[in-house]
Design a protein around this ligand. Sequence first.
Ligand SMILES: Cc1ncc(COP(=O)(O)O)c(C=O)c1O
Length: 369
Amino acid sequence: MSKSKTLEGKIQLKLDQRKEKNSFRSLKNIPNLIDFCSNDYLGFSQSINVKPIGSSGATGSRLISGNSSKFEDLEIKIAKFHDSETALICNSGYDANLGLFSCIADKGDTIIYDQYIHASIRDGIRLSKARSFSFEHNNLYSLERKLKQATGSIIIAVESIYSMDGDCTPLLEIITLCEKYNAHIILDEAHATGVLGDNGEGLAQNLKVQNRLFARVHTYGKAMGCHGAVILGSETLRNYLINYSRSFIYSTALGTHSLKCIEAAYTKLTSAEEINRLHQNISDFKSLLSVKLKSRLLESISPIQCILIPGIDKAKSVEAGLQAKGLDCRAILHPTVEEGKERIRICIHSFNTTEEIKLCVDILEELIK
Ligand SMILES: Cc1ncc(COP(=O)(O)O)c(C=O)c1O
């Protein structure tokens, strides 16, 4: 058999195609760089200190041996914090979205999603029997055109803050439009958790529209500095997920240590000085940029600040230049973003010092001529 016909040969060919396009991904571990790329926006991954307690693993899924009063008590606290009827903890944001979107709509129903929606929601939709359409990013006219074609129950998927652009969804306008069509909104608050709202409650509570949404997904691997996620919604939705969400049913539950970390992160949020510092740093970063760099900057009030550098080679060379000067910033390349929209993605944190932010801007100015 020729080499290109074997499985090993075929997957190697696909890797070679990535290498030809200079978009081959590999795992990197570059120690001692200044963090301008992690999602640890508030530095909680370093400051939450929970001693090992109880068992190391949950021993089973929540429906078998993995459930405990620790889960249920924490879910009640989380629901209260987020002003929701109920909360259901999931193993990760990916699991939460996969399970929720794959089971929430049936044949004859319609899921409409923003074109920049996260892969976990896309994968959930692929597993669903419902029809699905994307609408142009943050474009209400495009959304309305799709709403007019929808049948059955209508689900709309949007993110509070889009992970590769850092911009916000126009949530109030989307809610008003969806109410006209009796459509149900699911809001992914992954990058807004710990970031938006006085205590990091997220976009929906910041705008006081939490009761006009069908469900919210908060994740704990970003500003909360730990791991896991929660789905917020009605008692009926929670019962439905426990019965139909396959990623919830068929996976070992989080261990006690993870639950304690989530609880500790929420406790820290209620007095988080870090949230103010984060927003001050975001505003400092933006105001330090020259007019030239500002013209390449994507509109964002979030910790995710992107400077467009079209072309894979150019974006990669700016990434290498920043890393050579000790700054961990990452280039985001096609196919993660559209061809020609490659960029440097800078994640600002509460713990970045004024000097670090200034250094980052100075090096960017030097590299992007
Ligand atoms: C918008 C969004 N939703 C969901 C996820 C998945 O969350 P997790 O990392 O907890 O699986 C991410 C993480 O990249 C994300 O950016």
